[in-house]
Design a protein around this ligand. Structure first.
Ligand SMILES: [Zn+2]
Length: 309
């Protein structure tokens, strides 16, 4: 499981920072990629990566500002040309369906795959055996959501080689052993399943927030997250501007990560007016409050490891 930042800029495309889009790569988990926002030029960024558009299974839109959605119709259309036949689902605020359907209709674009558009409300928006995705409203002047992706815990695997090495025959008793029960073998040996089951791994939690002022819901969404992705449009001296434009400062993002007891904070949505030195400063400001902070660049990949027991 890893995140790849396809666009880390704020507002308008810049030379080294394209507008917002993040890929959550779930290739080992489900041979799929989930996209979060799709600013203009996202399909070009995808071309520079190893992501195949047909593998994009879901697209989650945080809010309807142009720098988060203007790449959507183009990507949907190209996915058709590139042999995408698998169904695609888009989740987003009310209005996303009208926007996408209108763009496809007036351009007479016909897709080769089924497109399902789900307009979200707060709560669980998707759930299966592997993942649950929920969302809450943020504070951005326009409907903006944060998404919390929770992976189910991985049960420990039965260590079959260890069992066969001890001449323990396979069969229904393997099921009992896997559940950690004690079993008496036909030859009288009693063995305990707990000795033959690998480590259980806690599922990972990834929180990706749309643009927002600092708000309580951000903390709730990021509770104990392995990774929190937060915007950082302004520096700590620009708090008034952040408030006026419904954005956050680097300090706000760090406070959210701290209050939520997140593991790692990733800052994105970086203004093009910041030069390299300013960006280091922005990161250091956040680190004053939450040390495990990183500002990402376009195309950067961040691994999401399992929590150490
Ligand atoms: Zn916005």
């Amino acid at each position: 499981m890893e995140l790849q930042f396809l666009g880390t800029g704020a507002g308008v495309p810049a030379k080294h920072r394209n507008v917002s889009s993040i890929a959550l790569k779930l290739l080992d988990e489900r041979n799929a990629v989930w996209l979060f926002d799709c600013g203009e030029g996202t399909q070009l960024q995808i071309l520079k990566s190893t992501i195949r558009p047909r593998k994009i299974e879901k697209i989650f839109i945080t809010h309807l500002h142009g720098d988060h959605i203007f790449g959507l119709p183009g990507l949907l259309s190209s996915r058709s040309f590139q042999g995408g036949n698998e169904k695609l689902e888009i989740y987003g605020p009310v209005g996303i369906a009208e926007y996408v359907r209108t763009a496809l209709k007036v351009s007479q674009t016909r897709l080769s795959y089924e497109l399902k558009i789900i307009e979200v409300k707060e709560g669980i928006v998707f759930s299966d055996k592997q993942f649950t995705v929920s969302c809450k409203a943020l504070d951005h002047g326009i409907a903006s959501f944060g998404y919390r992706i929770v992976e189910a815990d991985h049960e420990g695997e039965l260590q079959v080689e260890k069992l066969t090495a001890l001449n323990i025959p396979s069969g229904p008793l393997y099921g009992k052993l896997k559940r950690g029960e004690s079993v008496e073998l036909p030859d009288g040996r009693v063995i305990n399943g707990k000795d033959f089951v690998g480590e259980k791994k806690l599922g990972r939690i990834v929180t990706i927030l749309g643009d927002t002022r600092k708000t309580k819901n951000s903390v709730l969404l990021a509770e104990n997250a392995d990774i929190l992705v937060h915007e950082s449009t302004f520096n700590k001296e620009e708090e008034k501007m952040a408030r006026a434009y419904y954005h956050s400062t680097s300090h706000h993002a760090a406070q959210v990560a701290l209050e939520a007891q997140a593991e790692k904070l990733i800052l994105t949505h970086i203004s093009a007016r910041y030069l390299t030195g300013d960006i280091i400063q922005l990161e250091n400001e956040a680190k004053e409050i939450f040390p495990n902070t990183k500002i990402v660049k376009d195309m950067e990949i961040i691994e999401i490891p399992f929590k150490a027991e």
